[in-house]
Design a protein around this ligand. Structure first.
Ligand code: BG6
Length: 501
């Protein structure tokens, strides 16, 4: 069989994402022999550089950020696949050079080679890049078997309107089946595990609804601040950076109904159904269901850290939110009156992403004096991937005393530490034409619709301050406590020590 050339072109090749994530992921794929012999990479960016210069920088980044020990032979092989191309995103003459390079590498007309374009650049450049690729005959709707695909990162737009415009620009060149919108949360093992947990276990799914579940909490907590991304973050904020994408993906996977078959479009249809059922947020309710926060100085992990407004490239009087707590309701038969409480923030006490399913109290009072706790299932997405089920047990002795105990599933203890890192999986899937872990346009659009009222309201609202290194503003505690509930404090599972040895 003739091997077609597969060519990955990364726009934004000198940026943080390429160096921290994409190059190490490609290195891993090289080491694992997942790359065809004819696979080549064009790294395109605005700076002037020679191939050797770029390869040296790529090599340094791979050594620094690779999650596996770097083997010299595999590294040299990967570097030999890389060519550097200077490009000004708005200047067509550079795309002519890109076309020459593609044809030189593949030895054939570029309409016959398999191409993936990875846009690791701010969204404001997407339109220019895509239009130029089309004008140069480098991209278009897939007509032959030699595919051309486009991959890009969130944020997909700045709000609903700009997201629609951006989508229009992209879909005027590519079919939906050629578009790979990345939400790297989808590639996390425990997120992928949600469908199996729910639909392959007869002990969980029958209880996964309003009859048995009191409420659901989803936490995406980071200890990091805005690092070197102050300029981007100050314009985005937590609503756009985390809630609109990662958290909406988690909500839709947790709340969706069982797909009729294990089919990507069917799964996406079910996810969209959830997003469409989320109760529209009315302006008058925002202060009751949402909290906007921003960190002030404090200490995280024993280290003093600056306030958000002191971070590089952040405006001194910025009102951008670095924290959001939000109560959502899903208006359908399955989830009526089961609130979903979401919270996310930067510079919080610990780094953790978890989903807590909090079950209702037992309906009768046999042990009511003993105050049995509610059953809680915590799906720990990171770190310490796994699942903990909290239930009540009798303390040994001649009296009936109840205590709560945990049953833990440790993902790494069972399956080993080498689950693919998100970008390894995403690049692999895009090369193989598998869109399962990528988001379809209507998911993105409906997620924007949900947060639009908040975006407008937050714009004029001063954030509640919280000290860096805490769990966020006290207003967020009040938000859930007025419903007679509490945030579940993330805890280290029993197996954490074992993993850290
Ligand atoms: C990104 C956000 O999408 O997700 C970052 O832009 C955030 O601000 C990151 O830090 C969190 O990802 P993870 O995988 O570390 O939880």
């Amino acid at each position: 069989m003739k091997e077609t050339h597969c060519l990955l072109t990364i726009f934004g090749a000198t940026g943080d994402l390429t160096h921290r994530k994409l190059l190490p992921a490609l290195y891993f794929m090289e080491q694992e022999k997942q790359l065809k012999d004819s696979f080549s990479i064009i790294c395109a960016a605005r700076k002037e550089k020679s191939n050797d210069q770029y390869r040296k920088e790529a090599s340094d980044s791979i050594r620094k950020f690779s999650r596996v020990k770097v083997q010299d032979e595999a590294l040299s092989k990967l570097l030999s696949r890389i060519r550097y191309q200077k490009i000004e995103f708005k200047n067509n003459s550079y795309y002519a050079s890109l076309k020459n390079l593609i044809e030189e590498i593949s030895g054939i007309k570029c309409s016959h080679c398999e191409r993936i374009y990875y846009l690791a650049v701010p969204a404001e450049f997407f339109g220019d890049i895509i239009t130029s690729l089309k004008e140069m005959g480098l991209a278009g709707r897939q007509e032959s078997e030699a595919y051309n695909r486009i991959m890009f990162e969130k944020p997909f737009g700045h709000d609903l309107k700009s997201a629609r415009e951006m989508n229009h620009a992209i879909t005027s060149v590519f079919n939906e089946s050629q578009i790979y919108r990345i939400d790297h949360y989808m590639a996390k093992e425990l997120v992928q595990n949600l469908l199996v947990l729910r639909f392959a276990n007869s002990i969980f799914e029958p209880l996964w609804n309003k009859e048995y579940i009191d409420h659901i909490q989803i936490t995406v907590a980071e200890t990091l601040g805005v690092e070197a991304r102050g300029d981007y973050y100050d314009k985005a904020g937590a609503l756009r950076d985390i809630i609109q994408n990662h958290m909406m993906q988690l909500v839709s996977l947790v709340a969706m109904e069982e797909p009729k078959k294990f089919d990507i479009e069917e799964i996406r249809n079910q996810k969209v159904k959830v997003l469409k059922s989320i109760k529209k947020i009315a302006k008058k309710d925002i202060s009751k269901i949402a909290v906007k926060g921003q960190y002030s100085k404090g200490a995280v992990g024993g280290r003093d850290v600056a306030a958000y407004t002191e971070e590089a490239e952040v405006k001194k009087n910025s009102r951008t939110e670095t924290y959001v707590a939000l109560k959502l309701e899903i208006d359908n038969k399955m989830w009526k009156n089961v609130p979903f409480y979401l919270r996310t923030g930067k510079r919080l006490r610990d780094r953790t992403t978890e989903i807590a399913i909090v079950y209702k109290k037992v309906p009768f009072g046999l042990f009511s004096k003993q105050k049995p706790v509610k059953n809680i299932m915590v799906i720990r997405v990171q770190p310490y991937e796994g699942i903990t089920l909290q239930f009540n047990a009798k303390v040994p002795g001649n009296k009936v005393i109840i205590d709560n105990v945990d049953m833990d599933f440790c993902h790494e203890c069972k399956f080993g530490p080498n689950s693919p890192e998100a970008y390894e999986r995403l690049l692999f899937d895009a090369m193989n034409g598998d869109q399962t872990l990528f988001t379809r346009w209507d998911e993105v659009e409906n997620a924007w619709k949900i947060i639009e009222p908040l975006l407008r309201d937050f714009n004029d609202l001063n954030p509640c301050k919280y000290e860096a290194g805490t769990w966020g503003p006290i207003e967020a505690d009040k938000l859930i406590e007025k419903d007679g509930r509490k945030w579940i404090e993330p805890k280290r599972p029993s197996y954490a020590d074992q993993l850290e040895k």
